[in-house]
Each structure stands twice: as structure tokens, then as C-alpha cells.
Design a protein around this ligand. Structure first.
Ligand code: T6T
Length: 324
């Protein structure tokens, strides 16, 4: 097991007249009547254990700090579905929006519109390429997570063989960084070759089909890095269906109940678990700081841990929840 320590990277004090007012009263005078005690969380997709765990953390922290927190999520991880949610939320004038942008560039315009309306923006997990909009961004170190996945897979395959990366959707900041970290680390393992990256559109069924097709074209496939929950759940199904559990080793990001079950039954060999509940807690803390005129930390890094079957029970606190 290896833990990447949580670290506050860069602290920047952001005090605005509106925030000072918010700290004193509740209604922010110069931001169009926004309710500074109202927070909205906009996850990447609804009903998914990573975001449910994030919401659980955010809800508890909001209550503790005396804020209301409303969650509105798109039914799919898609900018065209997340955009109208942001636009609708702007009209309700919350003090801050905690958002996991579903695309690094396509979500910039609606989020900028919220910022222009005087709403504080905190990025939780994913981020925009434009770093000027959010006051704070909370996430795992995703490049490091990809490197860690490659190191873990290298041990499992004895440093040799062909590797496939199953990614979600191009333009997702986190999973793109994980794939990048994986590719970087692979350069240190000359016996391991890459079959490249294939995208599953954040759909487990598509990830399963990718595994079936890849095994047909490359029967010597030795390892799979699945960059997130849907990629890993689908890869496990594909491998089971193909009857290749002994031959192909899967290392997957995240720790949904299904992924944990697949680790326990040996279909998945290692999980890189994140700490979404703490991402939610820290997101609320940073939003509250921004609204109360307190120091805001621009980048907050949360924990990740590589878990195998051998140490899974000791790491159960990292398993994601299906409900709070
Ligand atoms: O891996 C997480 C999250 O970090 C990523 O940005 C998108 O996918 C997940 O939500 C898992 O499905």
C-alpha cells in the first residue's frame, strides 16, 4: 500500500468586498441578491458512488458550518447535459457552486457566466483548463495516480507484455492526466509496450466491448489500466466473459462497491482509490472561506491509495458509498 499525502499546495488570500459583506450578514449586497449561505454541488453524473461519497462529505460539512447544500447532477457525464444545470442554478443565486466540470473547455462558458453573476466557483475533482475562474480546486494528484497505476501493473505483469488503457471521455481533466501519468511511467519499463488508449464514453458496457475486441486482435494482452470506475467495472466484465482472468491483470482507478467486489474475487488486481468524501468536505470549506472573506487555498490535494486484495480490509475506509 502506498499513500500519496494530502497537501495544501498554494495558498492565496482572496478577500473581496462581497465576501466581507457575506461574512457579516448572509445576503451579499453587490452580487445581485445572492444568498451567501446557500451552496450548490454539481457533480459530473448522478447516482455514481464517487460523487455520492463526495456529496456525503459535502453535506455533513455544510451542515456543520451552517450552510445549505443542494445537489443537482446530470443523468450522464456530458457537458451538454451539465450546462443547462449550471445555467438554471445561476438563476437561483447561490453564494457558491461546487462543480466537477465534465469537460475541460466545453464547460468554461457556463461556469464563467456563474462567476460573472458573483457566484464563487470551487472545482471538485475535475477542472477547467482556464484556471482564472475558480477560487479553489480540490482533487487527487491524477498524474501521480496514473504513474502509480503503471508501477502497480508493472509488478503484476513482471515488467513485460502489452498494455491497454481504457479511458472515459477525452477532455475529462482527471482521466486525461491519469492516462498521461501512465504513459510517462511506462517509459521506465522497456519490457512493457502500449496498445494505446481507447475511450468508453464513461459507459461500462462499452469498456467491456473494448476488452473483447482487444483480446481478439491481441491475444497476448497482459495488462489493462482502467482510468475510472466505469472503465474498470466494464473491463472486469469483459475479462470475465472472455475467460481470461489468469492472463490479463487489471489495475483500475476508484473503489465502487462493484470494483471492491471484483478486487475481492480476483477479477481486478489493484484499485487506486481516491478520497471523494474529503474532496466534498474541502470543497465546502474553501467555498465558505471565499464567502466569508477568509484565506482561500487555490489548490488542495487529497489522498489516493493503491489497494490490493491482500490489504483491502485494512483500507476499507477508502471504499466508496452508494448512499450516505
Ligand atoms: O474517477 C472519478 C473521477 O475522479 C473522474 O473525474 C471521473 O470518473 C469518476 O467519477 C469515477 O467514475
Amino acid at each position: 500500500m502506498r499513500t500519496v499525502r494530502r497537501a495544501a499546495v498554494l495558498a492565496g488570500v482572496m478577500v473581496t468586498a462581497a465576501a466581507v459583506l457575506a461574512g457579516c450578514g448572509g445576503k451579499v449586497g453587490d452580487s445581485g441578491g445572492a444568498d451567501a449561505k446557500k451552496l450548490v454541488l454539481i457533480p459530473g453524473v448522478a447516482n455514481e458512488p464517487f460523487y455520492i461519497s463526495m456529496q456525503c462529505g459535502a453535506q455533513t460539512e455544510a451542515k456543520k458550518l451552517g450552510y445549505s447544500l443542494n445537489t443537482q447532477a446530470p443523468t450522464q457525464f456530458d457537458a451538454s447535459l451539465q450546462t443547462p444545470i449550471v445555467t438554471g442554478v445561476i438563476a437561483t443565486k447561490p453564494g457558491a457552486i461546487l462543480i466537477a466540470p465534465t469537460h475541460a473547455t466545453a464547460m468554461a462558458a457556463p461556469i464563467k457566466q456563474a462567476e460573472n453573476a458573483g457566484i464563487k466557483i470551487v472545482e471538485v475533482d475535475t477542472a477547467l483548463d482556464d484556471t482564472s475562474i475558480a477560487v479553489s480546486s480540490i482533487s487527487s494528484d491524477n498524474v501521480k495516480g496514473g504513474q502509480l497505476a503503471a508501477q502497480t501493473l508493472a509488478k503484476l505483469v513482471g515488467d513485460k507484455g502489452s498494455m491497454l488503457v481504457i479511458n472515459t471521455k477525452a477532455g475529462t481533466s482527471t482521466t486525461d492526466q491519469r492516462a498521461q501519468g501512465f504513459a510517462d511511467e511506462l517509459k521506465n519499463h522497456p519490457g512493457m509496450s502500449s496498445l494505446g488508449v481507447q475511450y468508453n464514453n464513461n459507459d461500462a458496457a462499452q469498456a467491456a466491448s473494448i476488452v473483447t475486441a482487444t483480446l481478439a486482435a491481441h491475444p497476448d494482452l497482459a495488462g489493462i489500466f482502467a482510468t475510472n470506475l466505469s472503465s474498470a467495472e466494464g473491463a472486469a466484465t469483459g475479462l470475465r466473459n472472455a475467460g481470461k482472468l489468469g492472463q490479463v491483470k487489471i489495475v483500475g482507478f476508484d473503489a465502487s462497491p462493484q470494483q471492491v467486489e471484483d478486487l475481492r474475487n480476483g477479477t481486478i488486481r489493484a484499485l487506486i482509490a481516491q478520497d471523494p468524501a474529503t474532496i466534498g468536505v474541502d470543497g465546502v470549506d474553501q467555498a465558505a472561506a471565499a464567502l466569508e472573506g477568509k484565506p482561500v487555498t487555490r489548490h488542495v490535494q487529497t489522498d489516493m491509495v493503491s489497494i490490493t486484495q491482500a490489504d483491502m480490509d485494512a483500507n476499507s475506509k477508502y471504499f466508496y458509498k452508494s448512499r450516505c
